[in-house]
Design a protein around this ligand. Structure first.
Ligand code: UDX
Length: 464
């Protein structure tokens, strides 16, 4: 919305939310989220044609176009628990719009939603029969965190889906005219509503599938002595495959991939397509396997016990350049180490201590078994320290795990880190950030995901 306000100064953009503290935070100097470039965009428009308000009903009633961006988490109970999207917030928002509107509106789905949500929204919007006409459009967002502003200013494409009626097409054109202010015409794709809704789920599923594919290869690389970075480079040179999104890792995280694939799986199941559902489910199963495999490798390498040992975690965010920790592999690895009674010391340049403690203590639903995963026990709190310096975090540690690909981890003084650690000193690089040869020269025993194993690690029990 901030970028729309920046590019269309004649439009008035009002962001409304029921959460007063959040709106208050958006009106302050320090914005509530870290995203490169966002500060400049918000500060250029705020108070001019970009406003943040809790006066929801007034602004909804006044608006001509409404972008619905309420969250659609995975259901945690009831029918479809663990997979289906929870549309409670959507339904409430749609009912509120229907109740307060007295002029025609275009309602744009911005959140990622299950296919056919627009149909349900249309029914809710029209239940009042008060003569107000609505056109529902699907305009999914493809930005990535950490590069959001760049992605919005120079999108690879903008997708708008609408009804194929004259009114529907008129609404599509209205939204298209907004994006056309800065996006070339040929990059604005228009489709029917269902294609737009499904394209968003499909796009995330394909991206996640690439990561799971290369992560599956990483296990085979370790078993055979191949190097996953060399394999990724070699296959990425094929233009039919392409080089992007082939970085093997400790597992993908983020608010979208797992949630959207589970949602896709659920939609397939509901449509009587169990084979298709199982195909996509496998993408998440490999991701879970990759996280588990990494954790097991840490434990088995260190003589099968980490009890009472200090392990440093470098990186807690789900990827670099964001403070977002949702579904981060770091949460899984940290919780696993705590269950094994390790003491962990965490450093992340952006994530706050409160967030880390919250994530480690939170009860999550295991999507596959629909039972709560074990969170950190209250006593385990004493096993966690959060540091604001990587050298302090690693001091006296037996092992270090690199779990987020923050650029600064490439340039740390690893000799200094090694000197401060217990010996033998273990380095578990879950992001292939540091040259394992250099680390071995320093004296580390190194595990680098998908790369040939240290002789030391080959002697340790196999991990599953
Ligand atoms: C994703 C999609 O990219 C975006 O289009 C959609 O709108 C929302 O979901 P985001 O979640 O911000 O965006 O992050 P993304 O860059 O896609 O990374 C997701 C996860 O995959 C991260 O944990 C990242 O570290 C991991 N990843 C990505 C890899 O492990 N290897 C890769 O090669 C790429």
């Amino acid at each position: 919305m901030a970028v729309i306000a920046l590019k269309c100064p004649e439009l008035e953009v009002v962001v409304v939310d029921i959460c007063a503290s959040r709106i208050d935070a958006w009106n302050r100097d320090k914005l509530p989220i870290y995203e490169p470039g966002l500060d400049d965009v918000v500060k250029a428009c705020r108070g001019r044609n970009l406003f943040f308000s809790t006066d929801i009903e007034k602004h909804v009633a006044d608006a001509e176009i409404l972008f619905l961006s309420v969250n659609t988490p995975t259901k945690t109970s009831g029918l479809g628990a663990g997979k289906a999207a929870d549309l409670t917030f959507w339904e409430k928002a749609a009912r509120m719009i229907a109740d307060v509107s007295n002029s025609d509106k275009i309602v744009v789905e911005k959140s990622t939603v299950p296919v056919k949500t627009a149909e349900a929204i249309e029914k809710i919007l029209n239940h009042n029969n008060n003569g107000v006409k609505y056109q529902v459009l699907s305009n999914p967002e493809f930005l990535s965190e950490g590069t959001a502003i760049e992605d919005l200013l120079y999108p690879e494409r903008v997708l708008i889906g609408g009804r194929e009626t004259p009114e529907g097409q008129k609404a599509v054109q209205t939204l298209k005219d907004i994006y056309a202010r800065w996006v070339p015409d040929d990059l604005i794709i228009t489709t029917n509503l269902w294609s737009a809704e499904l394209s968003k789920l499909a796009s995330n599923a394909f991206q996640a599938q690439r990561v799971s594919s290369i992560n599956a290869m990483s296990a085979l690389c370790e078993a055979t002595g191949a190097s996953v970075s060399e394999v990724a480079y070699a296959i990425g040179m094929d233009s039919r495959i392409g080089p992007k999104f082939l970085n093997s890792s400790v597992g993908f995280g983020g608010s979208c991939f797992q949630k959207d694939i589970l949602n896709l799986v659920y939609i397939c199941e509901c449509n009587g397509l169990p084979e298709v559902a199982n195909y996509w489910k496998q993408v998440i199963k490999i991701n879970d396997y990759q996280k588990r495999r990494f954790l097991n490798r840490v434990i088995s390498s260190m003589f099968n016990t980490v009890s009472g040992k200090k392990i440093a975690i470098l990186g807690f965010a789900f990827k670099k350049d964001t403070a977002d920790t949702r579904e981060s592999a770091s949460i899984f690895v940290s919780q696993g180490l705590l269950r094994e009674k390790a003491n962990i010391s965490i450093y992340d340049p952006k994530v706050t201590e409160d967030q880390i403690q919250y994530d480690l203590a939170t009860n999550k639903l295991d999507w596959d078994n629909q039972v709560p995963q074990q969170p950190m026990s209250p006593t385990a709190r004493n096993q966690v320290t959060v540091m604001w310096d990587p050298y302090e975090a690693t001091k006296g540690a037996h092992g270090v795990c690199i779990l987020t690909e923050w650029d600064e981890f490439k340039d740390l003084d690893y000799k200094k880190i090694y000197d401060g650690m217990q010996k033998p000193a273990f380095m578990f690089d879950g992001r292939n950030m540091v040259d394992p040869v250099k680390l071995r020269e320093i004296g580390f025993i190194v595990y680098s995901i998908g790369r040939p194993l240290d002789p030391w690690l080959l002697d340790m029990p196999a991990v599953a």
